[in-house]
Structure formats: structure tokens, C-alpha cells
Design a protein around this ligand. Structure first.
Ligand SMILES: NC(=O)c1ccc[n+]([C@@H]2O[C@H](COP(=O)([O-])OP(=O)(O)OC[C@H]3O[C@@H](n4cnc5c(N)ncnc54)[C@H](OP(=O)(O)O)[C@@H]3O)[C@@H](O)[C@H]2O)c1
Length: 268
């Protein structure tokens, strides 16, 4: 049976990547719905500003600085959270970064780093916080993956690899822990208007993505709606999910379309 989130009231939520963009807005939404928040990222000032904002709105939040790609850092953060904040009922794995560059230009060090931040960071937090949820037979784990974890496009190889890995982990886990009362949601955003895109990315992004960036508030509303409905996966903007069906049924056709709107459009 689908586990539907009726309210965040009474829940303790840890969210990574809370200092900016999607994580910041999602933290505000979950706090507004009643959860106590553990805010995680590397930039302490940004996290403190968010904490203040949550508190001014009548909520409660604590700040934990952590580089999610470093296992010892994540272990230390989870110990500190357990000691100072308490049990975690909801884990939102959101921290991540991307680039738009060809595989040939992409150095090995950054490709490894991207996997550590985008995939291993999420796996570390889940590995450390899931057992207590299973023990209590109650919990929520949300993975902010990407459409790039379902459909790979040129100039995003390392990013797509990290997000395909995340989708794989989340999908398998969602079935494994369902009977333990833990609900897993995979979120696959398309292009969302946040500081995620640096100058290089904006320069090289396919026009179809650059000119149609979605509002992050609308993505956050879609995530909250998916949790309320007990969904295991949500893609936003919703229409992009049609691409998954086209790819499965007509991969050759899809490949041509992807090439047309990405590589060919960039190099025009
Ligand atoms: N924007 C999009 O179009 C889009 C589309 C699909 C998926 N996503 C995914 O959505 C998530 C959030 O992205 P966003 O758009 O909100 O980007 P953003 O505004 O750049 O935020 C990224 C967040 O991740 C944190 N972060 C990055 N590296 C970290 C590290 N090593 N340790 C701890 N925290 C780290 C950053 O915090 P600090 O710098 O303070 O550490 C920041 O809070 C990412 O996983 C991204 O892949 C975004």
C-alpha cells in the first residue's frame, strides 16, 4: 500500500544541499509543513540565513556543515545530528552539481568528484540514517536525481552517470524497504532555474533547455504533491516523462531527436 505523507508535523528532516536552489526552497516548504530541519551543506553563512528564515516563520532548524563527498565528514555529521538534533525521520538527499562539457574535455578528477558528490554523498547519508528508520518502521528518503538519470544527453556524460546511479539505487531501495515502513521517492527534475548552472553551462546548454527552465517553486510543489500521493517517482515538468516511453518504444527515433535538440542545436 502506498505510504502517503499527510503532514510533516512532528517529523525531523535532514536535507543536504540546503544552502541554495532546490534544497533551500524544499527546506522552507517542509519546515512550513511542520518539520524540524537539519540543514546540511558546505556554506555555513547561507545555511544560517536559511535557519533564520525558517525560525522567523515559526519553524525550527539546526545547521550542520558537511562535504557530502567525504565519508568521514558524513559520519561525523550523522553523529552530531544524532546527539544535538535527534532521530531523523525524513532524509532528503539533494546536494549535487553539474557541468556541460564533452567527455574528452572532462578531466578524470572532476568525473570522480562528481560521482562522489552526486552519488556517493547520497549513498553515505542513506546508509547511515536508514537503519534507524527501518528499526522504527517509519521513514522517508527522497533522492533528488534528474531527468539526466533517465535520459542521457551529450555533454552531460559524467553527470548522467552519477544520476543514473542514483536512480538505480533509489529504485531498488524503494522496493527493499517498503515493507519496513520506509517510503522512497525519486525526483527527476528537468532544467530548473537555480544557481546550478554556471557561465560555462549556460553558454553550452541546448537552447531547448535554456529557454524553458522551470520555476523551482513549482518543482517543490510537485515534490510535496508526490509525497502526499505516495508516489515513488516524480518527473517535473511532468511532460518530460513522455520521453521515457518514447525511448523505451522507439530508441532509434529518440536518439535522433536528442541529437537534433542538443548537439546539432549547440553547434549550429
Ligand atoms: N537545477 C536543475 O536544473 C537541476 C535539474 C535536475 C537535477 N538537479 C539536482 O538538484 C540538486 C540541487 O541542485 P540545485 O539546482 O538546487 O543547484 P544549486 O543551487 O547549485 O545547489 C546545490 C546544492 O548542493 C550543495 N552541494 C554541492 N556540493 C556539495 C558538497 N560536496 N557537499 C555538500 N553540499 C554540496 C550546495 O551547497 P554548498 O555549495 O554550500 O556546499 C548547494 O546547496 C542537485 O542534486 C542537482 O543535480 C538540478
Amino acid at each position: 500500500m502506498a505510504k502517503k505523507l499527510t503532514t510533516c508535523k512532528g517529523l525531523n528532516c535532514l536535507i543536504t544541499g540546503a544552502s541554495s536552489g532546490i534544497g533551500r526552497l524544499l527546506a522552507l516548504a517542509v519546515a512550513k509543513d511542520g518539520a524540524r530541519m537539519a540543514l546540511v551543506a558546505r556554506r555555513e553563512d547561507e545555511l544560517n540565513t536559511l535557519k533564520k528564515e525558517i525560525e522567523e516563520a515559526g519553524g525550527e532548524a539546526m545547521v550542520f556543515t558537511c562535504d557530502v563527498s567525504v565519508l568521514d565528514d558524513v559520519k561525523q555529521t550523522c553523529e552530531q545530528v544524532s546527539r544535538d538534533f535527534g532521530q531523523v525521520d525524513m532524509l532528503i538527499n539533494n546536494a549535487g552539481y553539474g557541468h556541460h562539457r564533452t567527455f574528452l574535455e572532462w578531466d578524470i578528477e572532476d568525473q570522480e568528484r562528481m560521482m562522489r558528490v552526486n552519488y556517493f554523498g547520497m549513498m553515505y547519508f542513506t546508509k547511515l540514517l536508514l537503519p534507524q528508520m527501518v528499526e522504527r518502521k517509519n521513514g522517508w528518503v527522497i533522492f533528488v536525481a534528474s531527468v539526466a538519470g533517465k535520459l542521457a544527453t551529450p555533454e552531460e556524460s559524467a553527470y548522467a552517470a552519477s544520476k543514473f546511479a542514483t536512480v538505480g539505487l533509489a529504485e531498488a531501495l524503494s522496493i527493499e524497504v517498503e515493507d519496513d515502513g520506509v517510503h522512497v521517492l525519486t525526483v527527476c527534475p528537468g532544467a530548473i532555474n537555480t544557481p546550478f548552472f554556471d557561465e560555462e553551462a549556460l553558454r553550452r546548454m541546448p537552447p531547448v533547455a535554456k529557454n524553458n527552465m522551470a520555476d523551482p517553486d513549482k518543482l517543490v510543489a510537485a515534490i510535496m504533491k508526490a509525497l502526499r500521493k505516495g508516489k515513488h517517482e516524480v518527473t517535473y515538468p511532468y511532460g518530460i516523462a513522455a520521453g521515457y516511453i518514447v525511448r523505451a518504444l522507439a530508441p532509434g527515433f529518440m536518439r535522433k531527436q536528442v541529437r537534433r535538440v542538443t548537439l546539432d542545436a549547440i553547434n549550429k
